[in-house]
Design a protein around this ligand. Structure first.
Ligand code: S3P
Length: 435
């Protein structure tokens, strides 16, 4: 249990852990590269460490010559070998799903498992296209454990039934191993493009058109030399806290600003947030910058289904921000939230109800009646979901009476030092008042 006390403002200069999905993708691609890769700014967390442990179990050499710099000795495109036991992907959907794409192209039989949450999430969504390409894939009641016997793969054109970057990436990665090409994925709505960018930066032939994303097979990939910027999804809780606490002024350094990841920034801006981007640059094929944010009053907005993939991991925080905005906000077309680390429509609604917010769950989102004043406070059950724990932490600084979080340690999935950092930037020399 952890109690987060109210704060007057969030003030300071901070950095957040490296992009989780880039760390995981880099680890997986480095494992099949020819030679030694170096990943700098690796954001250690349970989900990214799961990627390192998985590739180590599969035969890649993994070392950390200095804190945050990971060296991976690749085994070559087809050099991964089944370990004795299953590969434990823990809580990490990205590891299980992307690794499945790569294992579909290897010789041998691989078993992928995970924790209780990962073992109840839907994995047929990757099994179906990988089978079409020629791999043997078995799921357990549609979920993990997933067993893959790889081998010769044929290219396919696959229309994604749900907008999912993980499914897209699994297919594109398997496409590296096909006899001939291209392998094409057609997306109903564009999703995050980290995989495409990373493959392109490694010299893989990738074609990106509105009609689909295509990848051609390769004989080998060169080792990676990559600097990982901060994760926008880990910056997002602080953006909400700083916006809603009068007098806040925060600067977040070295944040990944990939346009397919920062939909929540645009949403906050149209609600009235005051954000600034400084020092725009590019690193490893990804846009990066520093983010400045000051407090502002927010007005309600609606998030429609076409926007959802771009804000998907930030929707619990959107519900929190909307709870303190003027007016009624809505999220539609976000049924995918029910298939995340927890059923995030249910867990977000439950958490915010308990703190005194006014929102209603729908099958595909929620409706939030904003009241521009501090939450009363209370307790939050995380259901083991890191994003709900961070939601509870930010709700705590925005409350009158503080918030208790039942399982604060689950933030370690993506952001082990979240609460310590929040504590460091929280100004507490005040008496909370109604706004
Ligand atoms: C991710 C994609 C998203 C996101 C997840 C990470 C990725 O999932 O929710 O946290 O790294 O590709 P889906 O692609 O299944 O929507």
């Amino acid at each position: 249990m952890r109690r987060v006390e109210p704060a007057a403002a969030l003030v300071g200069d901070i950095a957040v852990p490296g992009v989780k999905g880039l760390c995981q993708r880099a680890a997986i691609l480095a494992a099949i590269a020819d030679g030694t890769s170096e990943i700098r700014g690796f954001g250690h967390a349970a989900d990214t460490d799961a990627a390192l442990e998985a590739v180590r179990a599969l035969g890649a050499g993994v070392s950390e010559p200095s804190p945050g710099t990971i060296r991976i000795e690749g085994v070559g495109m087809r050099g991964l070998r089944p370990p004795e036991g299953p590969i434990d992907c823990r809580n990490a959907g990205t590891v299980l799903r992307l690794l499945s794409g790569v294992l579909a192209g290897q010789e041998g039989r691989f078993v992928l498992t995970g924790d209780e949450s990962l073992s109840s999430r839907p994995h047929e969504r990757i099994a179906i296209p990988l089978r079409q390409m020629g791999a043997e894939v078995e799921t357990t009641n549609g979920s993990a454990p997933v067993t893959i016997s790889g081998g010769k793969l044929e290219p396919i054109t696959y229309v994604l039934p749900v907008a999912s970057a993980q499914v897209k990436s699994a297919i594109l990665l398997a496409g590296l191993f096909t006899q001939g090409g291209p392998t094409t994925v057609v997306e109903p709505v564009p999703t995050r493009d980290h995989t495409e960018r990373m493959l392109q930066s490694l010299g893989v032939r990738v074609r990106r058109e509105s009609s689909g994303i295509s990848v051609w097979p390769v004989e080998s990939i060169p080792p990676l030399q990559i600097d990982i910027p901060g994760d926008f999804s880990s910056a997002a809780p602080f953006l909400v806290g700083a916006t809603l606490l009068v007098g806040s002024e925060l600067r977040l350094h070295d944040v990944n600003l990939n346009p397919t990841r920062i939909g929540f920034l645009a949403v906050l801006e149209r609600m009235g947030a005051r954000t600034t981007v400084f020092n725009r640059r590019s690193s490893g094929g990804e846009p990066v910058g520093d983010l400045g944010i000051r407090s502002a009053e927010l007005v309600a907005t609606t998030i429609e289904s076409h926007e959802v993939p771009n804000v998907v991991d930030e929707l619990p925080l959107f519900a929190l921000a909307a709870s303190m905005a003027h007016g009624v906000s809505r999220v539609r077309g976000a049924e995918e939230l029910r298939a995340k680390e927890s059923d995030r429509i249910a867990t977000t609604t439950e958490a915010l109800h308990g703190l005194g917010a006014h929102l209603e769950a729908a099958p595909d989102g929620f409706t939030v009646r904003g009241v521009p004043t501090r939450f009363k406070g209370g307790s939050v059950e995380t259901h083991g979901d890191h994003r709900i724990a961070m939601l509870g932490g930010i709700a705590g600084v925005l409350s009158r009476e503080g918030v208790e979080i039942d399982d604060p340690d689950c933030v370690a999935v993506s952001f082990p030092d979240f609460f310590e950092l929040l504590d460091e930037i929280a100004r507490r020399d005040f008496v909370p008042e109604e706004r």
